[in-house]
Design a protein around this ligand. Structure first.
Ligand code: PLP
Length: 406
């Protein structure tokens, strides 16, 4: 008789964004004339850039003629895209990554979840806290979470990242096997220095820990001395997988394209004691379970890496980061302590009275602005509040005017 996976019953409700939406909708219903400004959810708002659109149009035409039609693509992505990624994201920074180590996919969200197929079931997982909820929930779904007690899962090791420790996680005191890292960080907007990442890589190498480095917001790094890839750090090729996404970099949240780098130098023992290559395992996993990103999308993605497309994207990103500056400075002039917004499109503000849901209600009622309570990202998120730089310029300015005028 079929039995369903009980691990799903251990999941907590998708409380955060549904509650954020529910409260905003209730407020709107009670105040139909209120013009609510939404700075809660991290989706982009600017359209795809012209170079990407032109490449996708051309690809559509190719698909319409027998001589240029494309069926199934190569298992790990078209070479033209993997070469473009290799050249701009790695070789240009002096990082030696081969195209065979780059796997094109339809999203970093899927990849950070699916990568667990490479872990043994009893791996102990560590996450930074506050955390992008996908890392936690996907591990709970596959039995690595345990019961939910006092705001956290028993088997997951949470590494608090707060203003007090400069948003740098303290390395675990207990044994862990896998550690998820997200830099630039969602939700805190924090970015680590080269020396801090070196400390983490050193810890990982000493303890046989696999690092999963999610760099979905890499394009937003504004400070010139910050590393753009974990592979800029000595030893990372021996302990880290890197995830990148076109979603926030190129406005592909609805178009879908991402990639994962699995170096061939990642060699571990499996449950039978065999030495295995994670690159070979991920290659096998992708070839078996995934049939690739559409040709049209991959052509669009490659155009984002062309000189023309890249320049167009830099201007969109600069635009979002100008919003981030407006938010940071607006909040500071209203007396708030703020973090982030320099290397990430997220501003993380300290809630004066410490109750992030109460602050959500106050901001909505007083200023008609929606943000995201830090408590929704984990226990260490309580006392903070996330605002995003993805709204329009006009709404960003209006929101700050409302806050600064009290
Ligand atoms: N990783 C982080 C940290 C994110 O914040 C997001 C999206 O919000 C993703 C991954 C998802 O990326 P994708 O759209 O490529 O699935």
């Amino acid at each position: 008789m079929f039995t369903a996976n009980g691990d799903y019953s251990l999941l907590q409700g998708n409380y955060l964004f549904s509650e954020v939406g529910k409260r905003a909708a209730a407020f709107q219903a009670a105040h139909p004339d209120a013009e609510i400004i939404r700075m809660g959810i991290g989706d982009v708002t600017r359209p795809l850039v012209p170079a990407v659109i032109a490449a996708m149009h051309a690809a559509v035409e190719e698909m319409g003629a027998a001589e240029t039609f494309h069926g199934y693509g190569p298992d790990h992505g078209y070479e033209f895209l993997r070469e473009a990624i290799q050249k701009r994201d790695y070789l240009s920074r002096g990082i030696d990554i081969s195209t065979e180590e780059i796997f094109v996919s339809d999203g970093a969200k899927c990849d950070v979840g699916n990568i667990q197929e490479l872990f043994s079931r009893d791996c102990i997982v560590a996450v930074t806290d506050p955390v992008y909820p996908v890392y936690v929930d996907t591990n709970v779904m596959s039995g690595r979470g345990g019961r939910y007690v006092d705001g956290g899962y028993e088997r997951i090791v949470y590494l608090p990242c707060t203003a007090e420790n400069g948003f740098m996680p303290e390395m675990p005191k207990t044994t862990v096997d896998v550690m998820y890292l997200c830099y630039p960080n969602n939700p805190t907007g924090a970015m680590l220095t080269r020396a801090q990442l070196q400390e983490i890589v050193r810890y990982a190498l000493q303890n046989g820990v696999l690092l999963l480095y999610d760099s979905a917001y890499e394009a937003y790094i504004g400070e010139p001395d910050k590393p753009h890839s974990i592979y800029e750090i000595d030893g990372a090729r021996e302990c880290a997988i890197e995830f990148r996404s076109m979603s926030k970099t190129a406005g592909f949240t609805g178009t879908r394209c991402a990639y994962t780098v699995v170096p061939k130098t990642l060699q571990y023992r499996d449950t039978f004691g065999n030495t295995v290559s994670l690159n070979a395992m991920w290659g096998r996993r992708m070839a078996t379970k995934f049939n690739g990103v559409s040709y049209i999308t991959q052509r669009g993605a490659a155009a984002a890496y062309s000189d023309e497309g890249y320049a167009q994207l830099q201007s969109v990103i600069a635009d979002y980061m100008e919003n981030a500056r407006i938010i940071r400075e607006g909040l500071q002039s209203a007396g708030y302590t703020v973090y982030g917004g320099v290397n990430a499109p997220y501003i993380w503000l300290r809630v004066p009275h410490g109750d992030s849901w109460r602050f959500y209600d106050e901001l909505l009622e007083r200023h008609h602005i929606v943000g995201t309570p830090g408590a929704g990202f984990g226990r260490a998120g309580e006392g903070y509040f996330r605002m995003t730089a993805f709204a329009t310029r006009e709404n960003t300015i209006r929101a700050m005017e409302r806050i600064t005028k009290g």
